[in-house]
Design a protein around this ligand. Sequence first.
Ligand SMILES: C[S@@+](CC[C@H](N)C(=O)[O-])C[C@H]1O[C@@H](n2cnc3c(N)ncnc32)[C@H](O)[C@@H]1O
Length: 276
Amino acid sequence: MSDEALLRHYDGGQDLVARAMELLREAGKDLSRLSIDDLVGLDEFHVRGREATLSLARRLSLAGGERVLDIGSGIGGPARRLASLAAVDVVGVDLTPAYVDLANALSRLVGLEARVRFEVADALSLPFPDARFDVAWTQHVQMNIADKDRFMSEIFRVLVPGGRLALYDILQGPGGEVAYPMPWASQPSMSHLATPGAFRAAMERAGFVVESWEDVTATCRDWAARRYGAPPPPNAATVARLLGARNAAGAANIPRNLAEDRIAIVEAIARRPSAA
Ligand SMILES: C[S@@+](CC[C@H](N)C(=O)[O-])C[C@H]1O[C@@H](n2cnc3c(N)ncnc32)[C@H](O)[C@@H]1O
């Protein structure tokens, strides 16, 4: 599966900046006075949305002053949220140029462009020197990446000794093959789900020490039942409306895959050990 197929899957060939502005206006937002809370629902592209970002941020407990890298930053909601919770600067990287453009446009609209910036890059070849960041953050990205060892070793490389990785991710559950489409993959060839054991082993092979690892599948299952049982109002600015039919088809399979334990979702913190 080529990067091009993945890009087509994610951007759908649309002008996402124009579409996002249209959705925000339809939702009654004043674009000259936007805050990050006006973007909730639109700019976090993972199960449990803002709730998941806040939960992982609590686990991470930033002190302020850390240099943070968000790998696979999407539309940028999590990076902006982190910058609003603590005095940190965040760089986000993502493979999809349309997402990077929209993420930067939204940061400008909420006045965070000096502290939160996004650039196009592949997680498997991060354009940064060794030991450049104190914290790495990634949510729902590695499902598109077959080479888990390379993914983990690149993150390890750009972290300072003693630096931490915060991860919220989808893994293969015990209930059998995932039913596609899913939001990250219109077809199985785009998806590379590892079992929890295999994924954790890849983290450890890269040199990480796993400090916390919690299976949050049950929490996600409850969230999905609520979210898909009572959809937001039709004029709400949401990821589903931004990305259109392909995303909606994938999202519709989330409750089933969770209910049947075909996917597992974990929140984890790992550390690059300090040099001896
Ligand atoms: C489901 S979205 C999650 C976005 C964001 N982390 C969030 O939670 O809101 C997956 C993202 O991973 C990005 N992605 C997939 N493969 C990538 C790679 N090799 N390098 C960088 N980004 C990648 C996609 O472009 C997409 O933005």
